[in-house]
Design a binder for this molecule. Structure first.
Ligand code: HEC
Ligand code: HEC
Length: 165
């Protein structure tokens, strides 16, 4: 397993924890993000966006995303801080992009960029696949359940067919 693949798997696991609504191991995401941002300009850019937004929402980090932000249609009840972690270590890292691949820099609530609208459709697909997985009868039982996330397909690339496997 090479380093990049290892990181992708680690992130997939982390994201799975978030997706499942459990607490991540304390400090790990921040520590990992910090460790990697030095070597990775995309990650450093994304961390900076998250830090800026965290300052703007200070004191409201645990409130539901739909109350803290202006245009949340899917992850409505996710606490705002965790929502940002999913944006950063889930969505952005899965695709290997910065926030502005999907977002208009001056207004993150805008749906003007096609990739943001595509990401909502992807979120619905991802949920549908997980619902189907949960109904399967013949998988090796796993107490954690069986699931996929954005990284399962994307693995660091916008187009999964171009990603490193
Ligand atoms: C792959 C596309 C994609 C990337 C990359 C992405 N986002 Fe998002 N973002 C979305 C989608 C889709 C929503 C709406 C989610 C929903 O409706 O539940 C969203 C919503 C948001 C919102 C709520 C804005 C509002 O006021 O409604 C914030 C804040 C946000 N993202 C921050 C970030 C940050 C910070 C990054 C980079 C670390 C990032 N996003 C990267 C797709 C993306
Ligand atoms: C089952 C596999 C699969 C999963 C899971 C998946 N995607 Fe995708 N995604 C694709 C494929 C295939 C494309 C089309 C790539 C292409 O041809 O450009 C795509 C395209 C996209 C695009 C359009 C990118 C662009 O700039 O045109 C976005 C954004 C995206 N996915 C976000 C996500 C997000 C966010 C998640 C997790 C919620 C996710 N995807 C999960 C397979 C997947």
């Amino acid at each position: 397993m090479n380093r990049r693949r290892g990181a992708a798997v680690a992130i997939a696991c982390l994201f799975a924890l978030f997706a499942w609504g459990q607490s991540p191991p304390p400090q790990q995401p921040a520590a990992q993000a910090q460790a990697q941002s030095g070597a990775n300009p995309v990650q450093a850019t994304n961390d900076a966006f998250v830090q800026k937004i965290l300052k703007e929402i200070a004191g409201r980090e645990q409130e539901p995303a739909e109350k803290v932000f202006r245009n949340v249609q899917i992850m409505k009840t996710t606490p705002a801080a965790r929502f940002l972690t999913i944006m950063n270590l889930g969505y952005s890292r899965a695709l290997g992009v910065t926030c502005t691949h999907c977002h208009v820099e001056q207004d993150f609530s805008s749906d003007d960029k096609r990739p943001k609208r595509a990401a909502r459709e992807m979120a619905v697909m991802h949920r549908g696949i997980n619902d189907q997985l949960a109904k399967m009868q013949n998988l090796d039982p796993d107490p954690q359940g069986h699931f996929i996330n954005c990284s399962t397909c994307h693995r660091g690339a916008v187009d999964p067919l171009q990603s490193e496997r």
